[in-house]
Design a protein around this ligand. Structure first.
Ligand code: UD1
Length: 417
């Protein structure tokens, strides 16, 4: 087991380079199995969720070649076998093998996916979509068996604009007969990255990034190349650190408009920063104003930045509120923040944060990926030493976070316990 130790209060200066988007990469890796032959994915982030997917890809008898951030996946010897519970629970994105294997083999055996404990996270919308395309779903305990004689395009309206269901239905429909239209699709920019990859493989998909996606089925797909887009949640997390501790901290390799809703809130708070075409330069700002935030699907304020943002709000002068609309349980980090000196009240899905409060280092536990990142932010501004346990959650989604932060002046290290 490992823990992260932080000595708080040091300014951050220099450059942090942003990696590829976790939520794109974890969908693009399974998508490569839709093609016959070799696909190349570049800018793949070095996170443990990637390694968990590699283990599933290897179980399915595909070859993976890795050269730094570039991976090649060869599906020549692909074998459709049961994806064990041990593998599927290692991450949320294992559910993408449902759509992919259904598309290719019309038969899938897999267990319910894992992922952070931030809410109940059912997969009913994915299954409803598969059923609309002609799939029979059988559930025994946590195991799902999907069978289809023939997949046929359909019009599918999602009850909620789910990111996972939108992508999974695209996978299932890409080689179905005829046209599929997904209404109320999620509009996240990662879905455009996925559409581009599939279209390079020979798919006929349009509309990703809007709430209506049209998929005209093709008979087969060939290997293709794609680059993972920058991670807007990783960049958002470091942008928030820059607002708290930046001394001309440069966050490089970003697409600023992907963080548009975050910058709008930072403007309202009075945070000082400069934007370039692919970077932001952040400075610690005094007299921050409180704000009210409601999380939404893209282009609204991302649920994944709710918890990191809450730490900045502890430093605003007055009462701020964050209301979570996507997950019912993105609050695991608050008891720890309160322990460190934050004044927070939780009422249903709204956190009311009274600032400005000094935070003091202590021993705390990461409870989920983004909550863990929030605790790193808290440790960086806290007086004294913060020790964070259960850090596996953080390493699932933030590549080389210790290295990136020490490089810009943070006193942070990882140690074996
Ligand atoms: C993805 C991201 C996650 C991000 C989230 C919202 C990945 C691997 N994870 O998660 O980082 O926080 O989008 O941007 O890309 N829902 C249902 N039934 C379903 C599917 C979803 O009720 O079949 C509900 C969920 O419980 C949740 C909401 O819809 O309340 C949003 O879920 P969804 O957008 O699907 O998120 P994920 O794909 O799990």
């Amino acid at each position: 087991m490992e823990r992260i130790i932080i000595e708080g209060g040091y300014p951050l200066k220099g450059t942090i380079t942003i990696g590829g988007a976790k939520n794109s990469a974890v969908a693009l890796i399974p998508a490569s199995l839709l093609a016959d032959g070799v696909s190349t994915i570049s800018n793949v982030p070095n996170i443990t969720d990637r390694d968990a997917l590699f283990d599933i890809v290897k179980l399915l008898n595909c070859d993976i070649e890795q050269d730094g951030k570039v991976i090649k996946i060869d599906t020549t010897n692909l074998k459709n076998t049961l994806i064990t519970q041990e593998l599927s629970v290692r991450l949320r994105a294992s559910y993408y093998f449902m759509g992919v294997l259904l598309s290719k083999y019309k038969h899938v055996e897999i267990y319910f996916p894992g992922g952070c404990n931030i809410g109940s996270r059912p997969i009913d919308l994915h299954l409803k979509g598969f059923k609309a395309l002609g799939t029979k779903v059988t559930k025994r305990g946590h195991k799902y068996t999907l069978d289809a004689e023939h997949l046929k395009g359909a019009e599918i309206t999602l009850d909620f604009a789910s990111v996972g269901a939108t992508i999974n239905i695209m996978y299932a429909a890409v080689m179905a007969e005829g046209r599929t239209i997904i209404h109320n699709a999620a509009k996240e920019v990662e879905i455009i990255n996925i559409m581009d990859f599939l279209n390079k493989m020979g798919a006929k998909i349009s509309g990703a990034g809007t709430d209506t996606i049209t998929i005209d089925g093709v008979s087969k797909l060939h290997g293709a190349e794609i680059e993972v887009i920058p991670d807007r949640i990783e960049s958002g997390t470091y942008i928030l650190m820059g607002a708290l501790l930046g001394d001309n901290l440069k966050i490089e390799g970003i697409i600023p408009e992907h963080n548009g809703s975050l910058f709008a809130k930072l403007d309202a708070m009075g945070v000082k920063y400069t934007l370039g075409s692919n970077y932001a330069i952040m400075n610690k700002s005094e007299n921050l104003k409180p704000v009210e935030i409601v999380t939404e699907g893209y282009p609204g304020f991302p649920t994944d930045l709710n918890q990191p943002m809450s730490v900045l709000l502890t430093q605003a002068e007055g009462v701020s509120k964050i209301t979570e609309t996507i997950y019912e349980n993105r609050i695991g980090h608050y008891p720890h923040l309160i322990n460190m000196g934050a004044k927070v009240e939780i009422n249903d899905r709204t956190a009311t944060i009274k600032g400005k409060t000094e935070l003091v280092g202590t021993k705390i536990n990461a409870t989920d990926l983004r909550g863990g990142a929030a605790l790193i932010l808290a440790g960086l501004i806290a007086k004294g030493t913060t020790s964070i346990y259960d850090i596996d959650y953080i390493l699932r989604g933030y590549e080389n976070i210790i290295h990136k932060l020490s490089n810009v002046g943070a006193k942070i290290k990882i140690e074996e316990i």
